[in-house]
Design a protein around this ligand. Structure first.
Ligand code: COA
Length: 140
């Protein structure tokens, strides 16, 4: 036996996963499932300049906001809210039932997400760069 580390997932590994994962479907989910993953890159722009961006991954009924960023000069003008609305819309279209994300426990973003209807669902102590993070969730 030996362990190999690859830079990219090989075709052989893809095939292995494709064949092996379904063997656990009933044990894990109680039914047959197809694990779909879609990634969306969303931008808000005005006069050809970007005001805000979001990366959203929707998989297996769950929307994961991976990044959300609004240009500093135009905070509190509703751009963040617009992006959250879009995340919800996209996730719903994929028959999703919730949105979640992680953010710094003491960051102002927590108040923003609470205003958007998210609740803290987990604390991630000593997380990225040793800073405490929280997981926040919003169910539809
Ligand atoms: C968090 C962030 C995306 C919010 O975007 P935004 O466009 O400023 O937010 P909105 O204008 O849509 O705010 C909607 C509501 O959220 C709340 N809110 C937003 N920012 C807030 C803040 N700094 N303090 C308190 N409440 C806040 C308010 O209730 C606000 O409504 P109001 O302005 O009518 O009171 C933006 O501040 C940002 O890009 N921050 C830096 C990057 C970051 O931290 N991203 C999130 C990390 S995962």
């Amino acid at each position: 036996m030996r362990v190999k580390i690859l830079k990219r997932k090989s075709q052989e590994m893809r095939l292995f996963d494709k064949n092996e994962w379904p063997r656990y479907n009933h044990e894990h989910f109680g039914k047959e499932i197809t694990w779909d993953t879609q990634i969306y890159y969303v931008k808000v722009e005005e006069n050809s300049s970007i005001l805000g961006t979001m990366e959203l991954k929707v998989e297996a009924g769950v929307g994961h906001i991976k990044t959300l960023l609004v240009k500093k000069e135009i905070h509190r003008k509703g751009v963040g809210q617009l992006l959250i609305q879009k995340a919800k819309e996209i996730t719903r279209k994929q028959k999703g039932h919730k949105l979640y994300l992680t953010t710094g426990k003491s960051w102002k973003a927590v108040t923003f997400y609470e205003a958007m209807g998210f609740k803290i669902s987990a604390v991630l102590p000593n997380h990225f760069f040793g800073v405490d993070f929280v997981e926040m969730t919003k169910f539809f």
